[in-house]
Ligand binder design. Sequence first.
Ligand code: ADP
Ligand code: MG
Length: 534
Amino acid sequence: MSEDFPRVPTARNVKFFADESRRPNIAMRDLLQEAPSAIGVLFGDALRWQFVNSEFLRVAGRNRAEEFVGKTIRESLPELEGQGFFELLENVYCTGNPYRGREVKAVLNKNGHMQDAYFNFVYQPLRTDDGHVQGVLVHAIDVTYEVLARNEINRRDRAIGLLAAIVDSSDDAIVSKGLDGVITSWNKSAEVLFGYSAEEAIGRHITLIIPPDRRAEEDMIIERIRRGQRVDHFETVRLRKDGSRIELSLTISPVKDPAGKIIGASKVARDITERRQAARSLRESEERLRKTEKLAAAGQLAASLAHEINNPLSSITNALYLLKHCPGLDPKAQSFVSIASTELARMSRIVKQSLSYYRSRVLPKDVDIAAAVDESLQVFSGKTDRAGIRITRKISKAGPVLGFPDEVRQVIDNLLLNAVEAMPRGGRLAICVHPSRSWRDPSIHGVRLTIADSGAGIPKGVLPRIFEPFFTTKPEKGTGLGLWVVYALLARHEGAIRVHSSALPGRCGTAVSVLWPHVFRLQPGEVPEASLAA
Ligand code: ADP
Ligand code: MG
């Protein structure tokens, strides 16, 4: 703030002021009176003002020279007490060393108001010819405006820098655009979210990230911004650079220039894809649960009914058998009996399937899926031969699974039967057994059985219903219980089932995959993950 002056001989200056009789002195006073810097002369031990120019009066916030001339510094500027200036002046007077200050703050009483002012100044000792200090020249330049302007610029720079840092480190994508829709800023999160770098995005129109079917939204947004309104938590979809869509929540606010005129909009975007997906999958799993509960309830009911029907059914079967072999039964009665027998057989099938909902009371044991498949194929060989179905088997070595042999067989039988029934006029049947993991939970290891047929396929509209009890598209011989039972049995074994099917002409067919875990925990009510694809 200060530095020492080289000592300059100043005797002549003193004379100009001290000796009123000399003409050049007066000329010098007049000259200094209107100088653009503040000049004052202090004289004597008491440091009394001998002269102050008009700029001095102005910067000190005083009106008349009489407020200074003849008065001491303390009398004329009492508000400076405690601010260090008096001591500096006294020091200059005593030591004869000049003092220079740069941008020194003084709090001055300007017309009754205390105000900050900043000065570049020098306190210069004034000496007589013999070198004695007689007074002090005060020469100051008011730099208040410059200092305050610079402080303001620094403050704004810091604020802008801070703002830029906040914007850049924000987890939300922050983008601004002009009222013409041209992007003017693009933070780091926007780069990550949309895939465009700031260089790529700035200067482009905002439609860069708006899908064509949502362009109308932009007009609505700009219209609201023009009216000075915000757009809050607007949930919409935007485009990434790679063309993929993201679900976003946007908050858009008008941006104003210092004069308050709206010049554009800033947009904060938050990715809500995950939130939406979580909500969707919650809805889906709730739906699945409802469906499962419905299936279980229907299953329980069907199984209870079947249980009750089973005994009378056996009696009727026996009675019909006896009736059929009754001698003398006329042909008409014969044909009625045979209709009754066929329908009864159908009822028995339904009852048998439904009963499998009841668990057999034996303990589960190791079952070889491949061997069970072969046994099933053996049983179905008559049917497959008659229909002209070509069978390919691909069996990889897979360990045994834990289960009830009857139940494993029932799953395989039901799937094989469906495949065979889908190909009444022949086709290809591919069977594959190999070790695998559950597609629902990869920590579950087991054996995967896939049965694929080149049959009619399952139409898209039918696919979601195939696990429902009594749902069938086979009016003659269908019970609609096969897949329902498969589903229920897999549930008990923590297994999974996946159905892929196409009913498109030329490439129709169905592939059903079942994963049977090596081990399972017996947990009532657990259901397998069934996934369907058309
Ligand atoms: P059902 O065989 O008694 O009709 P399921 O529960 O076994 O009952 O099957 C339900 C329905 O699923 C069938 O009626 C059929 O429409 C369809 N479906 C199952 N498997 C196949 C398959 N391999 N090919 C074509 N449709 C099938
Ligand atoms: Mg079936």
